[in-house]
Design a protein around this ligand. Structure first.
Ligand code: CMC
Length: 428
């Protein structure tokens, strides 16, 4: 007879324990009853980077790393990238279902009508040095928003939450573009509500003296597809930060600033920037083998390669390669593309990478596309943060409404000194 339990024998005591298995998982807290004696705290698990720990139950995004599958709310990423648009996908991620036509109209109207930012935010932006990294500006400015909307603290009020969701999705794009304009010393270009979400973002980035900015439709669509691909990715480092910070019941702006800070790191959303710097450093196809041998030597990592979950291929990287072809039709090919293709060719054939299941990830080609579209390298992680905002707030809301969740508070294994008496400085 099959029972959904795990029987554990503690060889220290010879005792046996039956632990229930639910959703292919045991509850870590069930291990606590495994004790040597009554004073014993009970058994814990040690999982420093959460490599085998589920921190939540979620209904938003599914990744099957072995099969190279990514789905939002059950819909394959390939279908969404081909047939949907970023705002519709953001609605799907947040609401669980695709919108009807009136629902989508209402959603788009609400997002569009929250794109403006308080004029005082410009003073915050002005405080940054001319060469401040736009991701640093982005993180700080999102966090500053919490001071403009103090009512956002009412996180258990559904209407208040809704309002902040509109604001966040809309305003992150404006803040991102303004961070760029500040850096290059251009006047801010205000949102144009006649344009699509990504068309308006291009307008806020690149509009100069023309009366009405007209985005190139191919580039506008390419950016929208990139936004779809980046919208959510289940429990990655920044999403885990969003949930963890949010679990203290802070307002969503503060939590999202923390999530964006986690994204900034080169092992996460900063990888696309690092990829481009790496390709520039390699410079030519001839230098690729030497670079690869240094990676194998352990000198540094091949940026844009490898993933904690995908061990076959990253489905987003496949879609991005198609988008790249369409973009290059408009912008012309970038010479770094050849270097990237050669790097990919050699790495996919090399035992070091094959053995470790290292494949190009989403960041490998996205940077080359962004560069061809005219975005400076420093903007790449910011371009990741704009659409990931939808995922962060969906995950945050799911966490808030989940009765299993409490303030995130891991345990530790203490290996420090035992108790000892303070020694006066003259005796040390
Ligand atoms: N280049 C060379 N070796 C690598 C790489 C790489 N990019 N990634 C992993 N390895 C090696 C690593 O040295 C280790 O080898 P060994 O077993 O001999 O010690 C083995 O592969 C396993 O690596 P790991 O660090 O245990 O793997 P992880 O799951 O903890 O790390 C990762 C995942 C994405 C942080 C890592 O692959 C990496 O640093 N990649 C480069 C940065 C990058 O492209 N990040 C973007 C990730 S996708 C977008 C996002 O989530 O933001």
């Amino acid at each position: 007879m099959v029972t959904n339990t795990l029987t554990i024998t503690d060889n220290r005591t010879g005792k046996q324990y039956d632990i229930p298995i639910e959703n292919e998982t045991i509850k870590a807290i069930d291990l606590r009853k495994i004790k040597v004696n009554d004073d014993d705290f009970g058994l814990m698990t040690y999982d420093p980077a959460f490599t085998n720990t589920a921190s939540c139950k979620s209904r938003i995004t599914l990744i099957d790393g072995d099969k190279g599958i990514l789905r939002y709310r059950g819909y394959p990423i390939e279908q969404l990238a081909e047939r949907s648009n970023y705002l519709e996908v953001a609605y799907l991620i947040l609401h669980g279902e695709l919108p009807t036509e009136p629902q989508l109209k209402d959603w788009a109207w609400n997002i569009t009508h929250h794109t403006f930012i308080n004029e005082n935010i410009k003073k915050v932006l002005d405080g940054f040095h001319y060469d401040a990294h736009p991701m640093g500006i982005f993180i700080s400015t999102v966090s500053a928003l919490s001071t403009f909307y103090p009512e956002a603290k009412n996180i258990f009020d559904a209407d208040t939450r809704r309002k902040q969701i509109y604001r966040l999705i809309a305003k992150v794009a404006t803040i991102a573009a303004f961070a760029y304009r500040h850096r290059v010393g251009l006047p801010y270009s205000y949102p144009d509500n006649d344009l699509s979400f990504s068309g308006n973002f291009l307008n806020m980035m690149f509009k100069t003296s023309e009366l009405k900015y007209q985005p190139n439709p191919v580039l506008e669509r390419a950016l929208d597809v990139l936004f779809i691909l980046h919208a959510d990715h289940e429990q990655n480092c920044s999403t885990n930060s969003m949930r963890s910070i949010g679990s203290s019941h802070v307002d969503p702006y503060s939590a999202l600033a923390g999530a964006a800070a986690a994204l900034y790191g080169p092992l996460h959303g900063g990888a696309n920037e690092a990829v481009l710097r790496m390709l520039n450093e390699i410079g030519s196809v001839e230098r690729v083998p030497e670079y690869i041998s240094r990676v194998k030597n352990g000198d540094f990592r091949l940026m844009g390669f490898g993933h904690r979950v995908y061990k076959n291929y990253d489905p987003r990287a496949k879609i991005i390669k198609q988008v790249a072809d369409e973009v290059f039709e408009v912008t012309g090919k970038d010479k770094l593309l050849e270097v990237a293709l050669e790097l990919e060719r050699i790495a996919l054939d090399d035992e070091y990478f094959v053995k470790r299941k290292l494949y190009p990830n989403v960041d490998f080609y996205s940077g080359i596309i962004y560069k061809a579209m005219g975005f400076p390298v420093e903007m790449f992680p910011v371009l990741f943060a704009i659409p990931r905002t939808a995922g962060w707030i969906a995950q945050w809301e799911e966490m808030l409404l989940d009765s299993d969740q409490k303030i995130a508070r891991p345990r530790q294994i203490y290996l420090g000194s035992d108790t000892r008496d303070f020694t006066p400085i003259e005796n040390r």
